[in-house]
Design a protein around this ligand. Structure first.
Ligand code: NDP
Length: 280
């Protein structure tokens, strides 16, 4: 019987996950299909009941459901609880289990291109959901310390306070985007841009990038932007112009999907095929 997978979002038409997963299924000759489901927030619980009733094999969850789904699941894995977001749901019979593959997906996307994470000294820009996933993922992958820098420093402070018990592996600190950020950068090996400021190529995005003191980073540092549309964000363009190595956000999208695929199916994800589907 054809296995059914899907993604819940609202809206969901823009999602690249169906193309990525359907390409993987086709490549492996697996009788499975991955479908986008537009689920209105007030229908989330009902839709999850449908997942069990219809025998859906596995699910992704995107905005605005990533946090709201947590109390509706039978079990949520510790990293997803710490991050406060579920992006992957696994089925165990009639039980739904919440997981988060964004955090490990980011770490995998960096390590596969040779960015050293063991002992890394990281600055994460932003204090939203992506920043939380980045802090957890990089700490679990061996980062020595992670500084969260945000335009509202109290949000960075709150993020660090809420994660420090769950993430004992790394020293966590917080900073503003001005003088404090400037002081941390010379001792950093990796800068992860996790705000939505670079989401479009715009004068605001340019101004945000221009205000970052990238010249304070060591020349061996790597700059990663989690935003993948545009692929070359204003921050990555400036980092490249300075001669720094850069990593775009498509890898995180790819590897969160690959990790979800592997957990659902038990098969190695065909990442080359999945990447090609994302890029087409
Ligand atoms: P949130 O809305 O939760 O957080 C956005 C953060 O960006 C907030 O800290 C916000 O600050 C900050 N911000 C927005 N504009 C500016 C600005 N001009 N200057 C400084 N800070 C700013 O979004 P997410 O954390 O969920 O997502 C952030 C980005 O990460 C998204 O644009 C998304 O594309 C990308 N992402 C990529 C993924 C991938 O797989 N590659 C996965 C998830 C996200 P404030 O609180 O002050 O408003």
């Amino acid at each position: 019987m054809t296995e059914l997978y899907g993604i819940f979002g609202w809206p969901v038409a823009h999602s690249r996950s169906p193309a990525m997963h359907n390409a993987a299924f086709a490549h492996l000759g697996r009788d499975a299909v991955y479908v986008p489901f537009a689920v209105a927030p007030e229908r989330l619980e009902q839709a999850l009941g449908g997942v069990v009733a219809l025998g859906v094999s596995g699910l992704n969850v995107t905005l605005p459901h990533k946090a709201r789904v947590i109390p509706l699941l039978w079990h949520v894995e510790p990293d997803a609880v710490a991050i406060g977001a579920v992006n992957t749901i696994l089925r165990d019979g009639d039980r739904l289990i919440g997981a988060n593959t964004d955090a490990a997906g980011l770490a995998r996307s960096l390590s596969v291109v040779g960015v050293p994470l063991a002992g890394a000294r990281v600055v994460v820009l932003g204090a939203g959901g992506a920043a939380r996933a980045a802090v957890v993922g990089l700490a679990r992958a061996g980062a020595e310390r992670v500084v969260v820098a945000a335009r509202k420093p109290e949000r960075a402070e709150a993020l660090v306070a809420s994660l420090s018990a769950a993430v004992p592996e790394a020293l966590l600190a917080h900073a503003d985007l001005g003088e404090e950020l400037s002081r941390w950068l010379p001792d950093s090996t990796l800068l992860v841009q996790s705000t939505s400021a670079t989401l479009e190529s715009s004068p605001d995005a340019e101004a945000f990038a221009a205000a970052l003191p990238l010249d304070r980073l060591p020349e061996t540092a790597v700059v990663c932007d989690l935003v993948y549309q545009p692929r070359v964000t204003a921050v990555l363009a400036r980092a490249s112009a300075r001669g720094l190595s850069t990593v775009d956000g498509l890898g995180m999208l790819l590897y969160q999907g690959a990790l979800a695929f592997e957990r659902w199916t038990g098969e190695a994800a065909p990442v080359g095929v999945m990447r090609a589907a994302l890029e087409s």
